[in-house]
Design a protein around this ligand. Structure first.
Ligand code: BF8
Length: 625
C-alpha cells in the first residue's frame, strides 16, 4: 500500500519508508496483511459458550439464531457490553491507581509527589459537601479520598460525582435506572449477565452498558483527572512542541508511552537529576531529552509542556529513527509489535507496570514508594545505549508548536476573566450565533483509515462552520501536527468563531489532555447547562462528539458515556453492530427518544461534519436560538 495512503503524518510516513528499506514490519503492514473478519466487524458472532462459536448472517440478521437460540440483538448487545466493560475497567483500574497514589501522598507514605493544587482540593471538598472545616491539607485529602473511593467500591446508591450531573440529566438516568452504583459492581454485573443463558433482552443489557460506561466517565476517569490535577497541577495553557523532530540526535532520548502520570512525573525528575545528566555528558551527550507519546504524553504536555512525539500509530515508526535510547511503557495501547521493532533498532523497551508485562521486553517494576529506582535505572540504560547506539540515526526534522492545556477551570477563567470567571461569555456567544456549537473530537488513530486524516478534515470542516472544537488523546496530537492548536489557526474558522478566538487570543481547537481527561468535556458541558440559556440537560445543548479513527474498547466506553450523558456521538471507521436490527436502532435513535443522546457512524469526515452540524442546528432550533 502506498505510504501516502496510510498516513497523513509526514514524519511517520518517512519512517515507514525507512522501515521498508530496513525490512522492518510495523502495524501498518500487519493491517494490510490482516483483513478484518467481516462477521466480527459487525458483531454477528458469539463465543460466550462452547456450543458454538456461532455465526449469524449480517445480511439476513433474523434468518438464523445461535445454538442456544440467541438472536442477533442478544449477541450484539452482549458483545458491545463486554467491550464497554473492558473499556470502563481499563479507565477505572487506572483511576483506582491514581486514588491509591493520592491516599499515599495524603497519609505520608508516598513522598515523591505532593498536593500541588490545594485550591482544587478545597473546591472538590466543597462540591461534594464534605465537612472539612479546620482540617489540614492532608486531612482534607484523606477525607476526599475516602469519599471518592466509593466510585469504585460502592455496591448500592449512586457514585459520588452523580452529584455533579445536571439535575434534569440525573433525573432521566434515575427514571431509566442507569445511575451507576460503583464501577466494580457495574463491570462485574456486565460480565455476569452476559454469561451464557443469562440476560437475553437487548434493552436490559443496554441499561447495564450505560451504567458501566457512566461509571467510567462520571466515575473512574473523572476521579483520575481531578486527583491528577490536585497532585500534579491543574493545566493552564502552555506552549509545547509536537512531532518526531522533538527527538534530538545529540541527546539521550527517553520516551514515555502509556497512560499513568506517576511514571512520567518521576521520569521528569530523573532526566534532570544532575548526577545522571553528568554521566550523560561524560558519554558525549548534550543532555537528556524526555518526550511523551499517546495519552500520558498528552497529559504531561498539557500540564508541563513536555514535548510529544506522536500518537498511537507512530509508536513503532518513532523507533525506526534509531534515535530512541529507551522507551518506557506502563499500561494500555502498548502494541506488542513494539518489542520486535525496538529489537531491530537496539532501543531498550521497558515495561514498568505489574498489569502489563510483554514477552521479550525488559521489565523494571515501578513502585511509587521508591519511583526513582525504576526511572533512574531506565535513564541509566538509555545513557548506555546512547554511548553505543550501533544504528543509523535519521530524525525527520518536523516540529509543530502549539498551545495546549485548556482545563475546564482555565476555559472558565479565559472566557470570563479573573474577576467573573464563568461560562456566560461562551453561552452568550452560542446564543448570539457567533459560535454555532461545541464539538468534542477525540480518540484513537487506526490503521484501517489514513492516520490523522479523518481527524484533521473533520475538525477543519467544523471550525469553518463556527463550531468550537475541544480535544483529547491521539486526536489532539493529530491536530497539533496539522498546526491547528495555535491562535493563528483562527483564520481557518468561520467569521463568528474567528472573532471570538481573536478577541480572546485562543486557538479554535482547544486541547484538554489525555483520554481520561474527556471528563473535562463532561464538566464543561455541565457548566454550560448550569450557566443557563441553553436548556436544562446536557441533551439540550448544541454540542456533538466524534471519535473519527477509534480502535480501542476504551473508546467505546467513552462513546457510550457521552451518549448516555445526552451527546450525539459519531464514530468513524465502522461500528460493531448490524444495521436494521433492533439493538442497532436503539443505539442510533431509541436512546435519544428516552432523553439520552444517540450514536452515529460514517467513515467520511465531511459527512461526519454534516451529521454533527445538523444535530447542532436541530438543538439550536429546539432552544429557539
Ligand atoms: O486512551 S486515544 S489510541 S492512547 S485509546 Fe489509546 Fe486511543 Fe490513543 Fe490513550 Ni485513548
Amino acid at each position: 500500500v502506498p505510504i501516502n495512503e496510510v498516513t497523513q503524518c509526514e514524519a511517520t510516513g518517512r519512517m515507514l519508508e525507512k522501515a521498508r528499506r530496513d525490512g522492518v514490519v510495523v502495524a501498518f503492514d500487519r493491517a494490510a496483511e490482516m483483513k478484518p473478519c467481516p462477521i466480527g466487524a459487525e458483531s454477528a458472532c458469539c463465543k460466550m459458550c462452547y456450543m458454538g462459536p456461532c455465526r449469524l448472517n449480517a445480511r439476513d440478521p433474523y434468518g438464523k439464531v445461535g445454538v442456544c437460540g440467541a438472536t442477533i440483538d442478544t449477541i450484539q448487545s452482549r458483545n458491545l457490553a463486554r467491550m464497554v466493560a473492558s473499556g470502563s475497567a481499563a479507565h477505572n483500574d487506572h483511576g483506582m491507581a491514581v486514588l491509591e497514589l493520592f491516599k499515599g501522598v495524603a497519609n505520608g507514605t508516598i513522598t515523591d509527589y505532593t498536593i500541588k493544587d490545594p485550591y482544587k482540593l478545597d473546591a472538590l471538598c466543597a462540591e461534594l459537601e464534605l465537612d472539612v472545616d479546620g482540617m489540614t491539607v492532608q486531612e482534607k485529602a484523606l477525607a476526599l479520598a475516602d469519599e471518592l473511593e466509593k466510585t469504585y467500591t460502592q455496591t448500592e446508591g449512586e457514585i459520588p460525582f452523580a452529584r455533579r450531573v445536571p439535575e434534569k440529566t440525573l433525573e432521566t438516568w434515575r427514571k431509566l435506572d442507569i445511575v451507576p452504583r460503583g464501577a466494580m459492581i457495574e463491570v462485574l454485573g456486565i460480565m455476569s449477565r452476559t454469561h451464557m443463558g443469562c440476560d437475553q433482552h437487548y434493552e436490559n443489557i443496554t441499561k447495564a452498558i450505560s451504567k458501566a460506561a457512566l461509571a467510567d466517565g462520571w466515575g473512574g476517569s473523572m476521579v483520575a483527572t481531578e486527583l491528577g490535577d490536585i497532585m500534579f497541577g491543574t493545566p493552564s495553557p502552555v506552549q509545547a512542541d509536537v512531532n518526531f523532530g522533538v527527538l534530538k540526535e545529540d541527546h539521550v532520548n527517553v520516551i514515555v508511552h502509556g497512560h499513568e502520570p506517576n511514571l512520567f512525573e518521576s521520569m521528569l525528575v530523573s532526566v534532570s537529576d544532575p548526577s545522571l545528566v553528568k554521566i550523560a555528558r561524560e558519554k558525549g551527550a548534550k543532555g537528556i531529552n524526555l518526550v511523551g507519546m499517546c495519552c500520558s504524553g498528552a497529559e504531561m504536555m498539557s500540564r508541563h509542556g513536555v514535548p510529544h512525539a506522536g500518537n498511537f500509530m507512530s509508536t513503532e515508526p518513532v523507533l525506526v529513527t534509531g534515535a530512541v535510547d529507551a522507551m518506557a511503557v506502563d499500561i494500555q495501547c502498548i502494541q506488542q509489535g513494539l518489542v520486535k521493532t525496538a529489537e531491530c533498532y537496539k532501543t531498550h523497551l521497558i515495561t514498568t507496570n505489574p498489569r502489563c508485562h510483554i514477552e521479550g521486553a525488559r521489565h523494571i517494576e515501578f513502585d511509587e514508594h521508591v519511583p526513582r529506582e525504576c526511572t533512574d535505572e531506565i535513564v541509566t540504560l538509555a545513557i548506555a545505549r546512547f554511548a553505543d547506539r550501533g544504528v543509523d540515526v535519521e530524525i525527520p526534522k518536523i516540529v509543530n508548536q502549539g498551545i495546549h492545556g485548556f482545563s475546564h477551570e482555565y476555559i472558565n477563567y479565559m472566557l470570563g476573566g479573573s474577576f467573573r470567571s464563568s461560562y456566560a461569555p461562551l453561552n452568550d456567544n452560542i446564543i448570539n450565533g457567533r459560535i454555532r456549537g461545541v464539538a468534542g473530537v477525540v480518540g484513537c488513530v487506526n490503521p484501517r483509515v489514513k492516520q490523522d486524516w479523518v481527524h484533521v478534515e473533520l475538525v477543519k470542516e467544523l471550525i469553518k462552520n463556527d463550531v468550537l472544537v475541544i480535544q483529547t488523546g491521539c486526536s489532539q496530537i493529530a491536530l497539533a501536527k496539522a498546526g491547528l492548536t495555535v491562535p493563528e489557526a483562527a483564520v481557518l474558522a468561520g467569521p463568528g468563531l474567528r472573532e471570538v478566538c481573536e478577541a480572546v487570543g485562543m486557538p479554535p481547537v482547544l486541547g484538554l489532555g489525555s483520554c481520561v481527561d474527556n471528563t473535562r468535556i463532561l464538566i464543561a458541558a455541565t457548566a454550560m447547562v448550569n450557566q443557563g440559556g441553553l436548556g436544562d440537560s446536557i441533551a439540550d445543548l448544541p454540542v456533538a462528539g466524534a471519535a473519527p479513527e477509534w480502535m480501542s474498547e476504551k473508546a467505546v466506553a467513552i462513546g457510550q458515556y457521552f451518549v448516555a450523558s445526552g451527546v450525539f456521538t459519531v464514530f468513524g471507521v465502522g461500528f460493531p453492530t448490524v444495521k436494521d436490527t433492533k439493538f442497532h436502532d436503539l443505539l442510533f435513535g431509541g436512546l435519544e427518544n428516552q432523553g439520552l443522546g444517540k450514536w452515529g457512524v460514517t467513515k467520511d469526515p465531511y459527512e461526519m461534519a454534516a451529521m454533527m452540524l445538523a444535530h447542532i442546528d436541530k438543538k439550536r432550533k429546539e432552544l429557539g436560538i
